[in-house]
Design a protein around this ligand. Structure first.
Ligand SMILES: Cc1cc2nc3c(=O)[nH]c(=O)nc-3n(C[C@H](O)[C@H](O)[C@H](O)COP(=O)(O)OP(=O)(O)OC[C@H]3O[C@@H](n4cnc5c(N)ncnc54)[C@H](O)[C@@H]3O)c2cc1C
Length: 364
């Protein structure tokens, strides 16, 4: 087989590159994907009850990059969903991120914007040295907010206390002194009207794009002649784990369907302290689908399953740097996307990165 461009991974990074190569350069491109579907982690589908779910966790598109939004709008229309998150604290739901609304509801107060700033100021714990993420939160928000929103949530999310996490992991608490209760305040926000998978299918329409599913690239790469390999899989796997296996935090997803119209007040609720799960998503409230039943997703963070979040400590960053140094020496391979760069990317970041990468490829 002969292809000028081969892409490993049919996630958003790989698909954006394939779309550009086919439609702008007018070149043939092969995508090799080990899963049995396209779209990577933004894959969505209808479950047995006919409700659209996000199979690898809930996704909401949000960006301030106009060029990214203009680009992706060629492939989908959007619903007008604005993401709102409620956090379950002391038996009540309060808005997240912590805003004037949150503080007033939590402490049964009627503070103004200026009074909220004074209130937070009065709670701060003075720290001579900020050494870890616990110090960051205590010094910016005080003990009670630390306990209610951060301490146990971090233990669930990362498996360790904020005390054991570098100060850069929780570097700033995004307090909002206004009454905006949206989770994201980006200019462009929503979910694709017909889902993320449909959006990806539209990106892959060109006949110049061939896709091989159910195939680990190592099974066949030696049989293919190519000029450039665009690799969006795990960087440690590419180098046969030469320096060891990079650590990821994973999530155990438990989907439940109920014979009721509505399960919870918003699409997303967080459980910073109670229960073992970190959040519950109700999909119909994100997608706008009408159905007499409803499907929810409970997320239980864990180790050892699908790689989702790069582990945010220096040990793993250092290991990644060793792989990165080797990757920089590879002549015909481009490393792109969350697994190849061992970096958490939102969807807009990954599209922006791929568009940038394509422009460079075009110039070479
Ligand atoms: C739980 C969760 C929620 C998220 N929510 C949001 C959100 O609300 N908003 C937002 O903007 N972003 C969100 N994201 C981030 C979003 O999922 C990523 O930005 C996006 O999926 C990254 O795309 P990618 O192509 O880099 O990676 P991926 O989607 O992982 O694609 C990589 C592909 O490579 C394939 N692959 C790997 N190894 C091989 C191999 N050896 N051979 C062949 N194929 C291989 C994989 O199967 C995969 O399909 C969330 C992420 C997670 C984990």
């Amino acid at each position: 087989m002969n292809f000028k461009y081969v892409i490993v991974g049919a996630g958003l990074a790989g698909i954006t590159m394939a779309e550009r190569i086919a439609n702008v350069m007018d070149e043939k491109v092969l995508i090799i994907e080990k899963r049995n579907h396209i779209a990577g982690n933004i894959y969505d589908s209808y479950n047995n009850d006919g409700i659209m779910i996000h199979n690898y966790g809930p996704h909401t598109f949000h960006t301030n990059f106009k060029h990214v939004f203009d680009y992706i709008c060629q492939f989908t229309e959007w619903n007008d969903y604005q993401h709102r998150v409620l956090s379950y604290v002391d038996g009540n739901f309060v808005p997240l991120p912590i805003s004037l609304e949150t503080i007033n509801q939590l402490y049964n107060l009627k503070l103004s914007q200026a009074e909220m700033e004074d209130f937070i100021e009065s709670k701060k714990v003075v720290k001579e040295n900020i050494e870890n993420s616990e110090d960051v939160v205590l010094s910016q928000a005080g003990q009670d907010i630390y306990d209610k929103f951060f301490k146990y949530f971090t233990i669930k999310q990362w498996g360790v206390s904020p005390k054991e996490l570098d100060k850069t992991v929780i570097s700033r608490i995004p307090f909002r002194t206004n009454r905006d209760t949206r989770y994201f305040t980006d200019k462009y926000q929503g979910n694709p009207k017909h889902g993320y998978t449909k959006m990806c299918e539209n990106m892959l329409r060109s006949k110049k794009i061939k896709i091989l599913l159910n195939t680990d690239y190592k099974e066949i790469i030696s049989d293919i002649k190519y000029d450039v390999l665009i690799y969006t899989g795990p960087i440690d796997y590419y180098f046969d784990y030469e320096f060891g296996e990079l650590l990821y935090r994973s999530i155990d997803f438990k989907f439940e369907t109920y014979d009721m119209n509505s399960y919870q007040p918003t699409a997303s609720t967080r459980y910073p302290k109670d229960y073992d799960y970190t959040r519950i998503t109700e999909f119909k409230k994100m997608t706008g689908q009408k159905h007499q039943k409803t499907t929810i997703l409970k997320e239980y963070p864990c180790f050892g399953k699908e790689p989702y979040y790069p582990y945010p400590t220096s040990e793993w960053k250092n290991m990644y740097e060793k792989y990165k140094a080797k990757a920089d020496l590879e002549k015909n391979t481009i490393f792109l996307g969350r697994l190849a760069e061992y970096k958490y990317y939102d969807m807009d970041d990954v599209i922006a990165k791929a568009l940038e990468c394509f422009e460079k490829l075009k110039e070479d």
